[in-house]
Design a protein around this ligand. Structure first.
Ligand SMILES: Nc1ncnc2c1ncn2[C@@H]1O[C@H](COP(=O)(O)OP(=O)(O)OP(=O)(O)O)[C@@H](O)[C@H]1O
Length: 256
């Protein structure tokens, strides 16, 4: 299993914000974590790269127990984009994306042609080939989001974790990023992401888990999970799934 969480609890500020979460993400799938504001999605992702430590339970990435594995070792198999994409130094887009190679380089290693090719590919995949020499601080929020994705791709991970990757993006780039994630999964990556747009979760995720107040209240394929009562009870919206050709779509019809 690429990502395995077993009975994970997280306490923050003296309060349990994630409770007894079991979750498994396989290579080759796009797995969506959805839930209302404050339900614990970001906190759960942060346990994967040791930004927070669970108060109970176990987190494993590609079979490595995160609690007992050096960060650098984890960074060779897992790349994450977070919501905090503040850049303070004057770096070009290419230089930021090149940081994705760091976990693979020894202290005295120099970047090889092989690394440069990976960086170019990552820039191209994220639609940044023409932006590569710009100062990253001058980019829009959406462009920075794509820089974060390109840096994660340059890491050549087995697991890609993205916190609201469609945030700040215009619609075309939202669908572009989601299509790219599907392609990466097809090539064998395990993709775990948080999403607020449930329609996108239905269209792009193989499986989803729904968090409510820190607990997983439903998990499975979108067809199994998103029934009218869950949409009303957890998200407070009216909606129903619909077949569109061979694909599933979600019709939303306002607040309950
Ligand atoms: N450092 C912290 N100290 C105390 N409480 C925290 C801390 N970080 C998060 N929390 C609380 O933990 C809960 C879960 O937060 P989290 O950011 O994981 O939710 P989320 O599902 O990602 O929310 P959103 O959809 O709004 O991004 C919230 O109630 C939040 O206020």
């Amino acid at each position: 299993m690429s990502v395995q969480l077993s009975a994970v609890d997280v306490a923050l500020g003296g309060r349990t914000v994630v409770s007894e979460v079991d979750l498994a993400v396989r290579s080759g799938e796009v797995f969506g974590l959805v839930g209302p504001n404050g339900s614990g999605k970001t906190t759960l992702l942060r346990t994967l790269y040791r930004a927070v430590s669970p108060s109970a339970g176990c987190v494993e990435i590609a079979g490595l127990p995160v609690a007992d594995t050096a960060r650098r070792r984890i960074a060779r198999v897992l790349a994450a984009t977070t919501q905090e994409s503040e850049h303070r130094a004057a770096l070009t887009v290419r230089e930021v994306v090149a940081q994705g190679r760091n976990p693979h380089l020894g202290l005295l290693d120099r970047m090889q042609d092989f690394d440069r090719r990976i960086i170019d590919d990552a820039l191209r995949s994220a639609g940044l080939a023409d932006t590569a020499e710009r100062d990253v601080r001058t980019l829009s929020g959406g462009e920075r989001q794509r820089v974060a994705i390109a840096r994660a791709l340059a890491q050549q991970p087995r697991v890609l974790v993205l916190d609201e990757p469609t945030n700040h993006l215009d619609l075309r780039h939202q669908y572009g990023v989601l299509a790219l994630l599907r392609e990466l999964a097809r090539d064998g990556l395990a993709v775990l992401l948080t999403l607020h747009d449930l329609r996108q979760a239905v269209e792009y995720c193989d499986r989803v888990a729904v968090l409510e107040a820190g607990r997983v209240v439903a998990a499975g394929t979108p067809a199994e999970v998103f029934d009218a009562s869950l949409l009303a009870n957890v998200f407070g919206v009216r909606g129903r799934l619909r077949r569109r050709g061979d694909r599933l779509a979600l019709d939303l019809d306002g607040a309950v």
